[in-house]
Design a protein around this ligand. Structure first.
Ligand code: BMA
Length: 252
């Protein structure tokens, strides 16, 4: 069963976490998949038949080259933007350079990726940006990250409006806490390496489902949003958050 055969996809930030799970899932279902990432995916984690192109998402030419490499027979179908870094700090504690870096990787890179990809979507296409629940509600000390995810949300809407006429659908997913290298490294930076498992378990308890997500659980939603089965979905955001934001933090 190869439901996605004939589709070509590019996954920015596809060498780890949600991006990698998505690349693997699309490939398993028959798509031609290119990962654009600074680092290659670990061989043990990525499945056969996925290409990797080294790409710094801050560099327009590198993003354009990656999109060219992913384009087959003059057409690209799917773009997933999953490159992201998390930096902790209030506005006061975040330097202007740190803010710029987070925006560049998390949001400006998505702009560059879409700018290069949409003209290649000659038979129509679909885009999914990996945003975060932090675009809607946030913890303390995530100012730059939250702002970058808010940017992705507005960009989702703007691109959906502008490119509906080109038959390009644009949506975002807003994950809660997911067991990814980014989140593990955040846990490590807050509490130290020995406590990462404990911190993930604690964070998991804030979700109605009482655990953090596995990247595959977000990848499943991304794949659906890309697929022709989601043909009437555009300009929307989908929380994949185990019920995290369904709750008010006020107890009766
Ligand atoms: C994600 C990351 C995680 C966090 C989660 C829920 O985007 O910021 O570190 O646990 O949101 O707030």
């Amino acid at each position: 069963m190869e439901p996605y055969s004939g589709k070509s996809a590019i996954v920015f930030g596809g060498s780890s976490g949600i991006g990698l799970s998505t690349a693997n899932l699309l490939r398993r279902r028959g798509a031609r998949v290119t990962i654009a990432d600074l680092n290659p995916p670990a061989t043990k984690d990525s499945i056969d038949g996925i290409s990797w192109i080294c790409c710094d998402v801050r560099e327009q030419q590198q993003v354009e080259a990656a999109v060219q490499a992913a384009t087959t027979e003059d057409s690209l179908h799917w773009l997933v933007y999953s490159a992201g870094i998390q930096h902790y700090g209030t506005v006061i504690k975040t330097s202007a350079d740190e803010y710029d870096l987070v925006q560049a990787v998390n949001a400006r890179g998505a702009f560059l990726a879409a700018k290069a990809s949409i003209p290649q979507m000659r038979q129509g296409g679909a885009i999914v940006l990996v945003s975060s629940v932090q675009a809607l509600a946030c913890q303390e000390g995530v100012a730059a990250y939250a702002a970058s995810k808010g940017t992705l949300e507005a960009l989702t809407r703007a691109m959906a409006v502008d490119h509906a006429g080109d038959n390009v659908r644009v949506n975002s997913v807003m994950p809660g806490t997911v067991d990814t290298p980014m989140v593990r490294s955040s846990a490590n930076s807050l509490r130290g390496n020995g406590l990462v498992e404990q911190v993930l378990e604690e964070w998991g308890k804030s979700h109605l489902i009482q655990r953090v997500a596995q990247p595959e659980e977000v990848a499943q939603v991304i794949a659906f949003l890309l697929s022709d089965e989601a043909s009437f979905l555009t300009g929307s955001s989908y929380r994949v958050d185990g019920g995290l934001l369904a709750q008010l933090p006020v107890r009766l």
